[in-house]
Design a protein around this ligand. Structure first.
Ligand SMILES: CC(C)(COP(=O)(O)OP(=O)(O)OC[C@H]1O[C@@H](n2cnc3c(N)ncnc32)[C@H](O)[C@@H]1OP(=O)(O)O)[C@@H](O)C(=O)NCCC(=O)NCCS
Length: 244
């Protein structure tokens, strides 16, 4: 993809990459804090997902902000309790940086970037059989015909909760979404009409949603494999597993 296309301004950009497309050697892009976090992750598969998501996030933000991806720092202070390790990550920068959100599940990692508060969430639509109903309101339950419907609805709820930086501190039943429109929210989050939700088209079996504060954005969803390959080509000694 030409660099000009990648830089085209749109209100919300979503990039995805297969976890196995990001070589472990790209851990050189992480900072010390991320490397410590990564080392604390016990399962190999979870560690690879973390690496893929944060390498992609750094490459996308680095390109958008015109800075070295490895030089970016992130603040993860939790707005609820002040702990510095588990809040919504934001870019540490002197100027106002873009808002971003990431999600990693199974073999896929996704990052969404926008100038407005944004949240993204993905799920494997084939990961279960029966929809777990405790997270749903009665009207949502009635609209959910199977696990794939549930997975989509869940990503809409979680994307909205990630956009506002709360995550599952708020019970997902308190966010009611019907036909991809928020219809009820806890008062502290604002009015349902203050948010827009967009379904994302992702490689099967993944489904995903983006939530954004304000009107429906112009949305682009694209693969970040080329971004990864470009950096692999630039850094001597790195090999891309995607190209062998
Ligand atoms: C954020 C959360 C919804 C993630 O759900 P998930 O489906 O398991 O995982 P996903 O891959 O979709 O998203 C994980 C990413 O969300 C981001 N994230 C973490 N907390 C977040 C928050 N409060 N708001 C928005 N995004 C958040 C992180 O980037 C995280 O990735 P990382 O751990 O690799 O940095 C869930 O873990 C959560 O709610 N955490 C907050 C819990 C909390 O705050 N408890 C109260 C403490 S006082």
């Amino acid at each position: 993809m030409p660099a000009a296309d990648r830089n085209a301004v749109s209100a919300a950009d979503v990039w995805y990459v297969g976890v196995d497309q990001v070589p472990e050697s790209l851990a050189v892009l992480l900072d010390d804090r991320d490397r410590v976090r990564s080392r604390r992750i016990l399962r190999e598969a979870d560690r690879q997902r973390f690496l893929a998501a944060w390498v992609l996030t750094r490459l996308v933000l680095g390109e958008r902000m015109g800075v070295d991806p490895a030089a970016l720092g992130f603040d993860r202070t939790c707005a609820h309790c002040g702990d510095r390790t588990h809040g919504k990550p934001v870019v540490e920068t002197a100027d106002a940086g873009p808002d971003f959100s990431l999600s990693h599940v199974g073999g896929l990692a996704v990052v969404a970037v926008s100038d407005r508060a944004v949240g993204v969430d993905i799920e494997d639509a084939t990961a279960g059989e029966r929809p777990p109903t405790s997270a749903l309101t009665e009207r949502e339950r009635a609209a959910c015909r199977g696990y794939a419907d549930f997975a989509r609805l869940w990503t809409r709820k979680e994307a909205l909760l990630k956009a506002v930086g709360k995550g599952l501190q708020i019970h997902p039943r308190r966010v009611e979404i019907l036909d991809s429109t928020p219809v009820a929210l806890p008062e502290e989050l604002g009015r349902p009409e203050d948010f827009a939700l967009c379904d994302l088209v992702l490689p099967a079996p993944y489904v995903g949603s983006l939530a954004i504060r304000g009107p429906r954005p112009s949305l682009s969803v694209r693969s970040g494999a080329e971004l990864v390959d470009d950096v692999v080509r630039l850094v001597p000694g790195l090999r891309s597993p995607a190209r062998g």
